[in-house]
Write a protein that binds this ligand. Structure first.
Ligand code: NAD
Length: 259
């Protein structure tokens, strides 16, 4: 379905981004891999994607830096012509009550989880509009729809990216470019494992009990969303069936938001 198209997935060296990159590569898209990691691990990721029959390139832009984002988009365009599918996925978390929340962590979460998408979209959108086809998929969170304590920067950024999603969808509404957000609940990635470890240490639990406690607090299905499921949703949003899905924040959260 995506043969000849190019997908840039920020934060695709791990977790959800990697799952989406694999799902898009399986549909034939060339992949621009981004994110941190050691060179050998990144080379292995690229090799795995290439084994699905696609071309890849890696760009190590730190997406808290607009100039590095610009360099990444330009490098992708010079290698593949344009970015057809943009997945704004990279993100970080910091957990603390607002009175103790380090201002430097606030700035970093807002820059990486929100402002980066402003920069990637403003840079990639003109060529999508020129081609009259494009897909922008923002990985928000159920925390873009509801709040939790101790996550002020994350919740603010995720609510913000849903606003950005709606504006971009409206500004592209008469074109073949769509912009939507996916809002996962708990997905078992390194980002969430850190929170499980913190829970285990705080409540003196083993890993399995801490996982169950984390799910039990928020996610009625008591099961994690998988990176493969999110990848499949991204593929659907790239399909012709999704041509008129615009400005939507689609939750995949085991019932979290239904409560
Ligand atoms: P992860 O920690 O496994 O992966 C994060 C990726 O972002 C990595 O590739 C990392 O290198 C990259 N990254 C971080 N800072 C970066 C920077 N400054 N520049 C470039 N790349 C950077 O996390 P994940 O759980 O896969 O999260 C991916 C996205 O999904 C995030 O936006 C997160 O908020 C969102 N999300 C995750 C969950 C969950 O339960 N895991 C739930 C809802 C939303």
């Amino acid at each position: 379905m995506l043969k000849g198209k190019t997908a840039l997935v920020t934060g695709s060296t791990s977790g959800i981004g990697l799952g989406i990159a694999r799902a898009l590569a399986a549909q034939g898209a060339n992949i621009v891999v981004n994110g941190f990691g050691d060179a050998a691990a990144i080379a292995a990721i690229e090799k795995g994607l290439q084994a699905l029959g696609t071309a890849t390139m890696y760009h190590g832009a730190d997406i808290s830096r607009p100039s590095q984002i610009e360099d990444m988009v330009r490098a992708a365009e010079s290698r593949f012509g344009r970015v057809d599918v943009l997945v704004n996925n990279a993100g970080i978390q910091h957990v603390a009550p607002i009175e103790d929340f380090p201002t430097e962590r606030w700035d970093a979460v807002i820059a990486i989880n929100l402002s980066s998408a402003f920069h990637t979209v403003r840079m990639a959108l003109p060529k999508m509009k020129q081609a009259n086809w494009g897909r922008i998929i923002n990985i928000a969170s159920v925390h873009g729809l509801v709040a939790s304590v101790q996550k002020v920067a994350y919740v603010a950024a995720k609510h913000g990216i849903i606003g950005l999603t709606k504006v971009v969808a409206l500004e592209s509404a008469t074109t073949g470019v769509t912009c939507n957000a996916i809002c996962p609940g708990w997905v078992l990635t390194p980002m969430v494992q850190k929170q499980i470890n913190a829970r285990a240490a705080r409540d003196n639990l083993d890993n399995d009990s801490a996982r169950r406690a984390l799910l039990g607090d928020k996610q009625p299905s008591l099961d994690f969303v998988t990176t493969e499921q999110i990848g499949a949703m991204a593929v659907f949003l790239c399909s012709p069936a999704a041509d008129q899905i615009r400005g939507v924040a689609y939750n995949m959260d085991g019932g979290w938001y239904a409560q």
